[in-house]
Structures are given as C-alpha cells and as structure tokens.
Write a protein that binds this ligand. Sequence first.
Ligand code: NAP
Length: 456
Amino acid sequence: MPVLDPATGQRLCEVADATPEDGLAALDAAAAAQAGWARTAPRERSEILMRAHRLLLDDADRLALIATLEMGKPLAEARGEIAYAAEFFRWFAEEAVRLDGGYMPAPGGGSRFLVTRQPVGPSLLITPWNFPMAMGARKIGPALAAGCTSVVKPAEQTPLCTLALARILHEAGVPAGVVNVVTTSDPGALMTPLIHDPRSRKLSFTGSTAVGKKLLEQCARTVMRTSMELGGNAPFLVFDDADLDAAVDGAIAAKMRNIGQACTAANRFLVQRGVAAEFAERLAARMGELPLGRGTEPGVVVGPLIDADAVTKVTELVADARARGARVLLGGDPLDGPGNFYPATVLVDVPDAAQICHTEVFGPVASIATFDTEDEAVARANDTPYGLVSYVYTEGLRRGLRISEALDTGMVGLNQGVVSNPAAPFGGVKESGLGREGGLVGIDEFLEIKYIGVPL
Ligand code: NAP
C-alpha cells in the first residue's frame, strides 16, 4: 500500500499490505515467544529497553525526517517526538526491575497471602497517525518491561515510523517474535480475528472514541483487558488574574503542537470577560507570525494536515461557527495549491451551539468564547462527553487547585500548556478512555495481579 507525503500528496514509497492470514501469523509468533520473554530476567529486559532508548536518540535526525515525511509535522517537532518516544523506553527500562509484590498474614491467622504481578500475555497494540513514534513507544515500552509479547498495528497513514521502531528494537536485542508489526489498509479485517482469538490477552488502543467503542464491543466476546486512549475536547480556561504572557505561551503550545492534531489540543478557549479581548488579540498576533509550509523547511511551524478530509472537516467547522455568529480575527479560509494546508485561525465570540465546541477540531483553529464566573467556567468546561485534559490559567493558588479538582478530566495543565511526560500517568475519563499510560501505574496495564494463598 502507498505511503503519501501530506505536504505534496505524492507517494513516498510502498509498504506491505498485510492480510488477515499475516495477522494470525504475527499472533502465532507472539504467542510462541510469550513464555520465553516472560522468563527473561527483568534486568535483561531493562537493558534491552535502555539500549533502544539510546539507539533512538542516536538516530533521531533520520527518524525525525521519516516522521515529518509521512505525517507532515515540522522537523523540530518530529525531533521532539523522537526524544519523547525514547524517554518511554528509558522510563519503562527503569520500571522493569521494580515489579514488586506483597506478603501478609490472613486476618484470621493460619495462612499467608502472597501477591505477585505477572505479564498479562500477548498484547494487541493499535496506534494512531498523529504521534506515530511516541504512541508506539508508549505501548511497546511497558509491554516489553512487563514481559509481554505484542502484535503492533500502526495507522495506515504512518507505517514507516513503527517499522523503523521495530528495526531499532531488533538492534537493541528484542528477540524474534516478541514485537510483531503488521501494516494494513483494512484494519477491521486484520484485527477482528486477532481480537476474538483467545490467545490475545490485552488490547491497548489509541485513536478515536468511535473506533475505541467498536473495539470495546469486540473485546467483550473474550472479556479481554483493554486500555483505551481516545479523543478529547480540551477546554482552556483563562481567568482575569492569569499571567497573560504565560497564558498566550501556553495557548500556542496547547493549540499549535502537531498543527493542532493532538488529542490534548486545546479545543475550546474560555476566557474571563475582563481579559478576553486582549487575550484574543495577543493570541492572534502570535499565531499570525507562525511560518506555514512543508515540515522539512527550516523554521516552519504550521505544516500540512494529515489528508484532504482533515482540511474539509476544519473548513466546515469554521464555516459553521461563522454562520452562527463567530468573528474571524485571523485566517479562516482554506489555502489553494497542493498539499493539505490550512492556515492558523482565530475565532472569537464562538457560541456554545457551534459544532466546533463539540467536535475535535484537529487543526490550527483557536475558538474563543467568554465567561463571567468561576462556576460558569467549570460547568461549560465539563459540558462534554470527553474528559481527557483541561488547561487552567490563574495566578490564584486556591482557585487553581479548586478548579483543577472540579474539572472532569484525567489530566489538568495548571498554568502549563503541555501535559505529556512519560513519568506521569496519561489518560482520560468519560469517553476519553480507560486506563493510564506512563507514570508509576503505566506498567500495570500489562500486568495481572495473582494472589497465592499458603497455609502455615
Ligand atoms: P482512528 O481512526 O480511531 O484510528 C486509530 C487506529 O485504529 C489506526 O491504527 C486505525 O487504522 C485503527 N483502526 C481503525 N478502524 C479499526 C478497526 N475496525 N479495527 C481495528 N483497528 C482500527 O484515529 P486516528 O484518526 O488515527 O487518530 C486520531 C484520534 O486519536 C483522535 O480522536 C485523537 O484524539 C486520538 N488520540 C488519542 C490519544 C490519547 O492518548 N488519548 C493520543 C493520540 C490520538 P487505520 O489507520 O488503517 O484506519
């Protein structure tokens, strides 16, 4: 199947289009390798992951170029993603040797409880196109650390990053059969038999809520364990007492990272009335200065969107908001020419009824509305089925903590515009997902707890 450059629409290369039989062969390999990998000493698993961390960093320029070519993000951001991906290997290398358990007397006496944690088994890992390297590492890292083998299915648009990652893992010493990548243009046909196969013991998925729900239904058949990192609709709250310089910096990070194509992207700016006009003008001025172009060109910040459908979706969301009364401060019209480019855009006076307030924009459009009171801000921020991340800007410590606790999201950026860190538990509530990746709990997604009762 072809791999396209979203900046030009041209074919970069072709990769294998796996059949369902290829998928089953990958699961056969993962199942055959499981017992041996689980027996491999944690220290050895750790050292392999540490080598993978170093190899990724040593090869960062080449890997970043691959990411930019197939996904479109600017090279500087792609380099950042490689470092972020490598950090998951380091973090989980450190975790692999800390798989502790418990030993306690039964309350009634006479016996002891031993509690141990064991690898869940062969795992299916499905990743999206927006952070192809980091999302792969965020799943493969803890799976390897815990002692699980895997079948990895990258997004159709970005198979090259995952294939490059697989080669690095091989060089780092991951034995044959432990990590198996299958690239396909028909994910349903390939993955459904694997999901229904009782040898698969875990599905870890990152992608849209719609596909995640479908996969959860499929997993019900074998009561398979799941981790779901799904879509978001992040509110970005700015209060009258915020440091506006910091809020604008944070807004640029939260909105423009990955050209707005992040599950954590600020989707709705809610700004207190006293500072709303100034915040919007300053944000529009900053966004208007960001160079647009092909991600490989030096200095570019606004690269292309992933495909033509993404441009159509953003165009329609902006048109709908304008039709409902939103005003355009910056951008607002699609660009002519080759490639899937959409300009940085700022909308103000966006009514809550506009579709853009209820849909993941996945593009460089900042949609701004105003609020008056704290209670109103929290109620509007929480008025969504999603619950991945919120951002809050206020200089008031008590207010910041109060609001952070009241926001119904798995993560909060309190006076910061980026929440992704391998050492922190990443994940959402409500329709944004189940489970956490990274942090001290990340490895638990690939472990089962076993209690062994022993009479004395
Ligand atoms: P998507 O359409 O849901 O696809 C995600 C992955 O699922 C791709 O590998 C896709 O393969 C595969 N897939 C699609 N249908 C499938 C099926 N029936 N069976 C098995 N696999 C299937 O999402 P996307 O457009 O790639 O990614 C964007 C979404 O991911 C956004 O909603 C974003 O918020 C979310 N996301 C969430 C997080 C998080 O941590 N919460 C992080 C990044 C992205 P194909 O590519 O071949 O369709």
